[in-house]
Structure formats: C-alpha cells, structure tokens
Design a binder for this molecule. Structure first.
Ligand code: NAI
Length: 392
C-alpha cells in the first residue's frame, strides 16, 4: 500500500502529479532544488484549489485536506520514508541518473523509484540504481490532474511486483493505465507522430493550407484541435524536439522523419501560442486570429476528405504497428490515444469501422504514389486483411 509519496521536481509535471497523489489521500513530499520553484508550486496549487471551490467542484475541507497533504521540501533526504518516488526534473539522462543513485541511499529497500520521462529509456535510468528492479516509468500527461491517461513502463530490469504495485497505485489515484514497452515515445508519443508529420507533409506538398488541414481533421474527423492548432499549443520547439528524438531513437526510420517547415518555424521563434505567433497569429487573449474558412464546393469537400483519410490511415498504421511490435495491448493503445491526447475514437476501433481492407489499400495507394518507406503498410494490417480479422 503506497501512502508516502516523494515527488522530485516541482515544475509543471511534478506539481500536477503531487496534486493527483494528495487528492487520492497520499502524504506527498514535493522536492526541488530551487526555492522559487517550490514557492510557485505552492501558490499555483492554492489558486487551483480556490478555483475548484468557487466552481463548486470541491468544498473547502477538501481543499484544506489536499493542501495539507503536500509538504514542500528542499532536501532529497526528506524523501527517505517514501513508498514511491516519482521524478519529474529536467529531461537529461546524466542528471536523472545522478539524482536516482543519490536518492537510493536514503530510501528503504522496497521503495519504488519512478521517472516521468517522456523520451529517455527506463532501462538506462534504472541502471543507475543498486536495485534496478524497483525502477519503472510512470508517465503522466500535461496537465496531470486533468488528463486521464498514465503510461506505465517497466524496464527490462523491473520486477513484476514493482509493475503490479505501480499499476494498482495509479488506478487507485483515479487514472487509466496503459502499460507500454520501454521503446521510444512509449505509446502516445509514437502513435501520434503522423498527426503532425503527415499534416506538415500535406502542407509542404501544397495540397492545402494550415487552416484547411485543421478544419478537415476537426469537421470530418471530429478531432478537438487540428494538427497545426495543436502544434501551436504544444509549442513548435517542443513538438519538433520530440519528433527529432523519436526519429533518432528509431535509427532514422523514415516514417518518423521531422519536417523542415516545423524546424524553420521553431528557428524563427514562431513557437505558437506562447510566442504569440506560430502557424496562426494569436491576439492578446490567445484566440486564433485566422479562422478556418467554411467550405461549400464539392471539389473542396473531396480535398478535405482526402486530407483527413491520409492522416487517419497513417495514424491507424502506426497504431497497428505498435500492436505488431507488442508495445502495448490493443485496448491500451486505443485508451492511450483517447485519454492521453483526446482523440475522438481509438485508432484500432477506427480501423475496424473503416475496415482493414480499406486501411491496407489506402497505405498501398500512398506507397505506390511515393515509393517511400514512410508509407509501408504494417505487416499486422496485411495479415489481418488476409485472415479477415478485426481488432476487437
Ligand atoms: P519543468 O521545467 O516545468 O520542471 C522541472 C523542475 O525540476 C524545475 O522546477 C527544476 O527546478 C527542477 N529540477 C531540475 N533539476 C533538478 C534536480 N537535480 N533536483 C531537483 N529538482 C530539479 O519540467 P516539466 O515540464 O515538469 O518536465 C519534467 C519531466 O516530465 C521531464 O522529464 C519531462 O520530459 C517530463 N514530461 C513533461 C511533460 C510536459 O508536457 N511538460 C509531459 C510528460 C512528461
């Protein structure tokens, strides 16, 4: 039973995870090297709690309880009585390893030591420990209190017990768990790549504008945000770096090739909302100033349908391939995309609806057109098509 939780790093993610654990009734110690980061986390939490009380989502007793469950500490040693620690510091392997090996000296033998890393291998982080079997990836999404999904990633060193306790704890905290293999991007950051990459490519080929691609995905696909709106929201610097990291980690598989357009936007400082300009201009209140045009002509409708189908099928292909490589179960792959990045439907469910035959033909059409490995159809889709199978 996990009662005492230590969180390392009180930035965006650490503070959010602390809130989740405290709300679930755990006693949390939130640690950061910077006093300012701790103070900010504390005042931000107060503001969030006040807003929740104002909205009637929680009462003032609950607010007090959550706040009192979190202690802000400036020494790693204070985490010594933790049953579970989750690290959310800067994304740097050497720094993380250093913190992990120091932490291990203070905590008890059965304390689970987890990392919230998005892109580093859990095996490499675990290798810094005397007892690597206690190490695991517990990957929350931003904002942690709101996003339902948590990816749990056992490394090859991780014990069954560490995995089981971690999964149970995160479920007890009210989250949906998707267990993923320790491979680049885990589930979400791998499967989602074509949402950005294919959209950028369609733009680069001159097929459509940013807003036309965005409206195709929203109006036909039912996505809450189009790819360009979402990249502006995430930040073109951040999104480009994730793409580049995944591309390199997959030994330069052309399917994950980053885009020059996005690179130039990042270089120009057109980062998106946070810089006031990205693919769109943002007025002071952060609203889009370029609105998607409403479309009427049937020619345009065909174009929009093509754009949507091309992005959808490459997403489905990626999801199917993740299943082919045993990255996660079909259920977890679908949950990951609906609960981690709010897709309107799980991609494998979508594949069943569109029919596997459609997916294979669409991928083959793209491959015939471009002769690029980027458009190779997943062997799993081909096999399922031959055997007339569905995912669910
Ligand atoms: P952040 O920059 O907001 O916060 C990091 C905090 O760690 C800072 O307050 C910093 O003072 C502190 N810190 C740095 N080195 C430290 C050390 N040696 N000991 C203690 N504290 C230290 O970063 P953010 O965005 O919260 O990311 C943290 C981790 O979570 C990274 O590994 C990132 O890849 C991962 N992540 C980030 C997501 C996001 O959307 N921001 C989503 C999921 C995972």
């Amino acid at each position: 039973m996990i009662k005492n939780v230590g969180i390392i790093g009180s930035g965006t993610m650490g503070a959010g995870i602390a809130q989740v654990a405290a709300k679930a009734g755990c006693f949390v110690k939130l640690y950061d090297t910077k006093t300012e980061a701790l103070e900010n986390a504390k005042t931000d939490l107060e503001k969030i709690m006040d807003r929740l009380v104002e909205k009637g989502k929680i009462d003032s007793e609950e607010k007090e309880r959550v706040q009192n469950n979190i202690k802000y500490v400036n020494s790693l040693k204070e985490l010594k009585d933790s049953d579970l620690t989750i690290e959310a510091i800067v994304e740097n392997l050497d720094i993380k390893k250093n913190v992990f090996s120091t932490l291990e000296k203070f905590v008890s033998d059965d304390c689970i030591i987890a990392s919230n890393t998005s892109s580093l291998s859990i095996a490499s982080i675990a290798s810094s420990l005397q007892k690597p079997e206690r190490c695991i990836g517990i990957h929350f999404f931003n904002p942690a209190p709101l996003m339902k999904l948590v990816e749990v990633i056992p490394a090859i060193q991780t014990s069954e017990e560490t995995l089981n306790t971690s999964v149970k704890t995160i479920k007890d905290w009210g989250k949906t768990v998707a267990v993923a293999k320790d491979t680049p991007g885990f589930i979400v950051n791998r499967v989602a790549r074509p949402f950005y990459g294919e959209a950028l490519r369609i733009y680069e080929e001159g097929m459509a504008s940013f807003s036309e691609i965005d409206s195709a995905m929203k109006e036909i696909g039912g996505f809450r945000m189009g790819p360009f709106e979402l990249m502006d929201f995430i930040g073109n610097d951040v999104n480009y770096t994730v793409t580049e990291t995944v591309f390199e980690a997959f030994y330069f598989d052309p399917r994950y090739k980053p885009s020059f357009t996005q690179k130039r936007f990042a270089e120009a400082g057109y980062l998106g909302r946070k810089s006031g300009k990205g693919y769109y201009d943002y007025s002071e209140n952060g609203e889009l100033s370029v609105r998607a045009q409403s479309r009427t002509s049937s020619k345009e409708n065909v174009a929009a349908e093509n754009i949507f189908e091309r992005i959808l099928v490459t997403l489905i292909n990626e999801a199917a391939d993740a299943l082919f490589w045993n990255i996660a179960s079909a259920e977890d792959i679908d949950n990951a995309m609906t609960k981690g990045v709010n897709y309107p439907k799980g991609l494998l469910t979508w594949a069943d609806e569109k029919r596997i035959n459609w997916c294979v033909s669409k991928m083959d059409e793209l491959y015939d057109e471009y002769h690029e490995d980027r458009y190779r159809c997943s062997p799993l889709l081909r096999k399922m098509n031959r055997e007339n199978k569905t995912f669910f």
